[in-house]
Design a protein around this ligand. Structure first.
Ligand code: FES
Length: 251
């Protein structure tokens, strides 16, 4: 094989036509600065127009292109193919334990259902200000990191606890819950604590750190989950909180 070529081994699967996934190899000429996403476009545009994958921004912002690249969950648009040049090939497969729509494109319905369950928006304090809520830099500091989450789903797809239970909210939703829980402008901290205290919530995290390992934005959902456990402890010690555990739904 010419040195400037790389073989993409892509896991293909069309639920409408295939019984099982299979691997298909495509040779692509390496161009300077080429990302895995660029290489997939080379295949799509010049070799196989039926190849399916997600993308949008091509700049590590939208989170659409998360997939398993050479055995690790990464963003295709932020991964240079040159790093795999020595081995001459790179294997690409969809995010693990997700329902495959086709090839590398997975179904995010469950991911966004989990996210919706933590009320991922600010509920402002009344009386509402005429203009924006004022927040001091030191009050803003705790949310500086969690707001960088791009909802790529890499963390939840890599969490074995989320694999074993579709009910568990998972690291992405729990990071989002933390983001609003520590926001001084939000008015429903007790409701948020009720959600994360339920059997869907933080107590199901086994601190495996898989989520930290794969986050393309270097965020720390595990730490956010542990900080929320601490908040629950404190609430318990103050004698507040839910009277009864929430019934577990689903699996
Ligand atoms: Fe948007 Fe990769 S295409 S993060």
């Amino acid at each position: 094989m010419a040195e400037e070529e790389i073989t993409l081994k892509v896991q293909r699967f069309d639920p409408a036509a295939d019984k099982l996934p299979y691997w298909q190899a495509f040779k692509v000429e390496i161009k300077p600065g080429m990302t895995v996403l660029d290489a997939l476009f080379e295949v799509l545009n010049h070799q196989d127009g039926s190849l399916s994958f997600r993308f949008c921004c091509r700049a590590g912002v939208c989170g659409s292109c998360a997939m398993v690249i050479a055995g690790k969950v990464r963003l295709a648009c932020e991964t240079q193919v040159s790093q795999f040049q020595e081995s001459g090939e790179v294997m690409l497969s969809p995010l693990p334990h997700q329902k495959v729509i086709k090839d590398l494109a997975v179904d995010y319905t469950l991911f966004f259902d989990r996210l919706k369950a933590v009320r991922p928006y600010m509920v402002g304090r009344e009386p509402y200000p005429e203009r924006e809520y004022i927040q001091l830099p030191k009050e803003r500091q705790p949310i500086n990191e969690p707001i960088d989450c791009i909802l790529c789903g890499s963390c939840t797809a890599s969490c074995t606890m989320a694999w074993t239970s579709t009910d568990y909210l998972g690291p992405a939703a729990l990071l989002k819950s933390y983001r609003f829980l520590v926001d001084t402008r939000d008015s429903i901290p007790d409701e948020r604590l009720d959600i994360i205290e339920s059997e869907r919530g933080v107590w199901r995290c086994h601190t495996q750190f898989n989520c930290v390992e794969v986050c393309p934005k270097k965020l720390n959902p595990t730490e956010a989950i542990q900080r929320q456990k601490l908040k629950l402890f404190k609430r318990k010690l103050l004698g507040r909180g839910r009277a009864k555990p929430t019934a577990r739904k689903g699996k």
